[in-house]
Design a protein around this ligand. Structure first.
Ligand code: PLP
Length: 379
């Protein structure tokens, strides 16, 4: 165990605390922030928001991007735009960060937790297919869950730690079952599946720019789509559903104050310029881990899946059992090299315990054995 910790210290060339991930501001961040402050447009309108939305859409290859205050709010709005309503149901994976299932709950719908694949850590097409064929039928172009008589409106796969899941297969299954695909790409900016950027496969995709993500705006998120109407609705709903008018307060539905402030967008424009360098550095780091762990028994380094290019946002290991994982957690953190266990399964959290789920065989296995190791860019 200690040889692993020493290796990480050597990689980062330090005896001081090594975080799991930390932001790096080495480009135009201060310049753009100063410009933004000098302009006095620090709040919800401003040139940096427009510029970011344009640059981001171009980067991921989607037609439209709408910036929001965080990834959770982006997912909330994306689900509303997928027509998810109270008493509907939404399929997602049990192995994810709580924001995924929280956003589903904000709409009044219930999550259904399905298993992940061992090779991607993302939603398993086989689990999705078998859940649907065992429990659902299509009536009038809607996917009805025969256990509850509710409609399954959407499916939210997540690209865990930046590793793309089998999104093309998931997309096909969703199409066959009249289910909208909304991608939680919060962790996978810079990750591609077969040369197409993650987050652009479904009708809507979302990203997060929280402080620990690959680029950050302090807090922030974005919705991407190729559908002009959906993009317009996303902007409308995130800006309190205000009807444009020079001075009147007219709002035509219940909207949200979810816009990204210009100040955050200024920081983010500078971060986006750095993304290419961050990605190169992360791949380089992952390659070093990969080589090192080839020679370590009973620990597997998680590599990018087939047909995919991962951003390696968070490097992860699979231990042979829970006790060796937990042992490493203690030793590394005691030695100021930060490590963290993967999330507790969403289906086991107090507020989601009663939700529908499948066997979650792989998810349970992984949640006891997976751990993240330092993954910040070194530069
Ligand atoms: C970070 C993250 C989000 C969004 O989080 P915010 O903190 O609200 O930006 C959503 N889903 C997953 C899987 C995430 O990791």
């Amino acid at each position: 165990m200690i040889e692993i910790i020493n290796f990480i210290k050597k990689l980062y060339d330090t005896d001081e605390f090594i975080a799991l991930h930390e932001p790096k501001f080495i480009g135009n961040e201060k310049k753009y922030l100063t410009e933004c402050i000098d302009s006095t447009y620090v709040s919800s309108v401003g040139a940096f928001v427009d510029r970011f939305e344009k640059d981001f859409a171009a980067y991921v290859g989607s037609k439209y991007a709408v910036a929001t205050v965080n990834g959770s709010s982006a997912l909330h709005i994306a689900l509303l735009l997928a027509d998810v309503k109270r008493d509907d149901e939404v399929i997602t994976q049990a192995l994810s960060f709580v924001a995924t299932s929280n956003a589903i709950s904000y709409t009044g719908a219930s999550p259904i937790f399905l298993d992940v694949d061992m090779d991607t850590l993302g939603l398993s097409p086989d689990s999705l297919k078998s859940f649907l064929s065992l429990n659902c039928e299509i009536i009038e172009q809607k996917c009805i869950n025969k256990n509850t008589n509710n409609i399954i409106k959407a499916c939210v796969p997540m690209h865990t730690f930046g590793h793309p899941c089998k999104i093309d297969e998931l997309k096909e299954i969703c199409q066959n079952w009249h289910i909208k695909l909304v991608e939680d790409a919060a962790e996978s900016l810079g990750s591609h599946y077969q040369d197409k950027h993650t987050g652009t496969f479904g009708s809507l995709g979302v990203f997060s720019f929280n402080g620990n993500k690959i680029i950050t705006s302090g807090g922030g998120g974005v919705i991407v789509t190729d559908n002009k109407e959906l993009a317009k609705r996303a902007k409308h709903l995130t800006t309190t559903a205000k009807v444009p008018h020079p001075y009147e307060y007219e709002h035509d539905e219940i909207g949200y104050n979810y816009r990204m402030p210009n100040l955050n967008a200024a920081l983010l424009c500078a971060q986006l310029e750095q993304l290419k360098i961050f990605l190169e550095d992360k791949r380089d780091l992952a390659q070093k881990y990969k080589t090192f762990f080839t020679n370590i028994d009973d620990i597997e380094f998680i590599k990018e899946p087939k047909n995919a290019q991962s951003n390696y946002w968070l490097n992860a290991l699979i231990f042979k059992d829970k006790s060796s994982r937990d042992n490493f957690l203690k030793i590394s953190n005691d030695n100021i090299v930060m490590s963290r266990p993967v999330w507790k399964l969403l289906s086991e959290l107090k507020m989601f315990k009663k939700c529908q789920k499948d066997t979650l065989k792989n998810s349970k296995y992984l949640s006891e054995r997976v751990l993240n190791i330092p993954s910040g860019v070194r530069l």
